[in-house]
Design a protein around this ligand. Sequence first.
Ligand SMILES: C[S@@+](CC[C@H](N)C(=O)[O-])C[C@H]1O[C@@H](n2cnc3c(N)ncnc32)[C@H](O)[C@@H]1O
Length: 400
Amino acid sequence: MVNEVLKFLRCRSLAGNTVTAAQSKEQSTLEGDSDGNSELSVEPLIAPRADAVFVDGTLGTGGHTLAMLRTHPTCRVLAFDRDEVSMSFARQRLQEAGVVERVTFVKGDFRDAKELLQPYLEKQKVGSDGRAIEQIDGALIDAGMSLWQVTNPLHGLSFRSDAPLDMRYDRSQEISAFDLVNRLSTSDLEDLLFKFADERWARRIAEFIEAQRRRNPIHSTAELASLIEAAIPSGVRRQSRVHPATKTFAALRLAVNDEFWALDHGAWALSSVLAPAARLVVLTYSSNEDRTIKRTFRRLAERGIPIDLENQPRKKRKTEASSGKPRPSGPARPSLTFSLKMPGEDAERDSQIAAQFPGLGTTWKMKIVTKKPVEPSPEEVASNPLSRSCKLRAVEKCLL
Ligand SMILES: C[S@@+](CC[C@H](N)C(=O)[O-])C[C@H]1O[C@@H](n2cnc3c(N)ncnc32)[C@H](O)[C@@H]1O
């Protein structure tokens, strides 16, 4: 999806031009977009100004940053990542590619973009290549984890290799997958697997985990993966094309890193720092993440939220029945208090985030550029199977 990201990130106006909501709507109408919200044609977009600055909210191993720098030979990138090990890897790669002088590395969470970027924007701090940063011309969030992280045992993200059960991108964070697996109540564990990754065997997996952790804490990814295999009936396992631990590992990773709320909060924060007419592009890899960003974009565009985008607590459980095994006796693990509410289920957290960006609805708002998500072409999926579930959505800033 690198090419699509680059197309969508191109600015629609040059430096100094301000685009108001009315002008933006007028332009959309000219492009055949009667309600001002349909997908815009990508081709007529104007190339970024010579000293454009993009924010890559998720540097990873630097693939998108490198593509931005190569496509626009004078632009610069402010790159965030929560994972400093990954950031050092990317720095090395960008150094070898001869573009590192045009990158400013910021170890941090894209949710904190407003605070992290303030020193660069307000004080006109000079970048590492000697030029001041005037405005942010586009931003990208490529959600989740990188292939490099999955294959690096340090992170404990993969069920294919044995590693400590961790899953934190930022290892200074307190809660890891070990805490969730060993300290959540069985029913919270079941809810987590079901809600975050639609795991229909959530109840059985939670029960197997409970039985094991009463004997000994579960320390490793291999131990957890084999427990999950045991929990899912062999007939079901044989019919599935994916590893039985896929959904459980995804759910734990999403929870450990608070990824649904990070997406929501990050989209608010990055939108707030964009220049007029600049765009935020978001790539997600699961239906729950796509629903989250679709809902957030509607809030940023001050449009109503359809009922199907609100994560109402599910009344009827759809997980498979209990294994019926008696619970072994043994010491219960201390319970952990951990919110399993997703965006759409926690009005208080929604308002706390909104309160940090009072400009929305008074001085600016976002316009939805992609009515439907853009998906990878069959050729791209054939050459990169990991892109199969990728969805791209974009919004554009307009002044009121
Ligand atoms: C899918 S990878 C990005 C890959 C990157 N676009 C590339 O081309 O190499 C996602 C990256 O985002 C980082 N990440 C996840 N959540 C984050 C957050 N809230 N703030 C900053 N970085 C985050 C992860 O550590 C990971 O390195």
